[in-house]
Design a protein around this ligand. Structure first.
Ligand code: NAD
Ligand code: COI
Length: 334
């Protein structure tokens, strides 16, 4: 059995090598993302194991079909970059890794919140420029005094709820499918309009579907408390960036923790080359000390990387051996 590994990251290599040896499977490593390959490039590969945040172009699935590759195992959770109808049309089966480490992302979201409420953006700049008295007078807010609105209480949202409650926060939740594990633990609101005016921090943990695009825009921000903090470790398209910038300019938004950015696809090549992105919205956010910006790394812990690699490889193996996999997703229905 042989799998093609696409979008290989150096930190994944040891886990791939260990699994391949233990399972007697050959892995062909490709640093490139899935996109420009032709059928011949997939020769000998029984399945493809892939990780990328940029969109998967439709044409590559036709090339896979020509090469007889029927299975794709994603190494990540989010599938917003996958054109499901194209996979269905090419008879390609797909799996993801739905829970490689919800804790990793939840901890990161809480960490962004802690940094915002203690003014770390301002603090770091003041200390770096020897403005120690500014740092000494900067007065923070204790997390436990705040009410947090968690939007999406699935795997990651539920972990975030638990962590915020550990700090003594009051947590409100919104999810069209409330999590039975959180019954009697948090107050669920019936719709988002009830949530916006009641919370000090909004923490997003929902998929970046078409329906969820710009879930937060100018009308929603207007309903929020002045000084609200926004945390987005889910997907960039959930927040209308222009509305975010305006909310910061108006001082209606007190700060933002942005790990997932609406224009990520425009800046990722520059990130990969360690160059400063030319995108104006990015530059404005980066210049604002009330914003903590990270390049889509909330997930990135040792446990997460190990699970992403090993669980995705297990899916690929199950696909090849049985035609299905424990985390197969129904591309025809999505
Ligand atoms: P999940 O499927 O366990 O939970 C998502 C929840 O969101 C579900 O309960 C669903 O009912 C709810 N939901 C969907 N639309 C909603 C809406 N409009 N309002 C309220 N709730 C809504 O998924 P998860 O494992 O918790 O992951 C959530 C998202 O986190 C993923 O889709 C992915 O985009 C993102 N993610 C980001 C990183 C990162 O490194 N930044 C890593 C992994 C996942
Ligand atoms: C996910 O798993 O959905 C993420 O956002 C992580 C990223 C590397 C794709």
């Amino acid at each position: 059995m042989q799998f093609g590994v696409y979008g290989l990251r150096p930190e994944e290599k040891k886990y791939f090598a260990q699994w391949a040896e233990a399972n007697a499977v050959t892995l062909r490593y490709h640093d490139d993302n899935l996109g420009a390959q032709k059928a011949a490039d997939f020769a000998g590969e029984d399945a493809v194991v892939t990780l990328q945040t940029t969109p998967y172009p439709a044409a590559v699935f036709a090339e896979m079909k020509k090469a007889g590759v029927q299975y794709i195992a994603l190494r990540n959770v989010g599938m917003d970059n996958v054109p499901f109808p194209v996979l269905a049309a090419n008879g390609i089966k797909l799996s993801n890794v739905p829970a490689y480490s919800p804790q990793s992302i939840a901890e990161f979201a809480v960490s962004l919140t802690l940094q915002l409420v203690r003014g770390f953006g301002t603090l770091n700049r003041a200390i770096a420029s020897h403005q120690y008295t500014e740092a000494m007078h900067l007065t923070g807010i204790e997390l436990g005094t705040l009410t947090i609105g968690v939007v999406g209480t699935g795997r990651i949202g539920a972990s975030a709820v638990q962590l915020f409650q550990g700090f003594g926060c009051t947590v409100l939740g919104y999810d069209p499918y409330p999590n039975p594990q959180l019954k009697n633990k948090i107050e669920y609101v019936d719709d988002l309009a009830d949530l916006w005016p009641r919370v000090d921090v909004i923490d997003l943990h929902i998929p970046g579907t078409k329906e969820n695009t710009h879930l937060i825009g100018a009308p929603e921000i207007a309903q929020m408390k002045p000084g609200v903090f926004l945390i987005n470790t889910a997907r960039g398209n959930l927040i209308d960036t222009n509305a975010l910038l305006q909310g910061l300019a108006d001082d209606h938004i007190g700060g933002a923790g942005i790990d997932t950015f609406e224009y990520e696809n425009e800046v990722i090549d520059q990130w990969n080359r360690n160059e400063a992105p030319a995108n104006k919205a990015y530059q404005t956010l980066m210049a604002d000390p009330r914003v903590i910006f990270t390049p889509h790394i909330a997930y990135h812990t040792e446990s997460a990387v190990e699970n992403m690699v090993t669980v995705s490889l297990e899916q690929a193996k199950a696909f090849v051996q049985t035609g299905t996999a424990p985390h197969a997703v129904d591309v025809a229905k999505l």
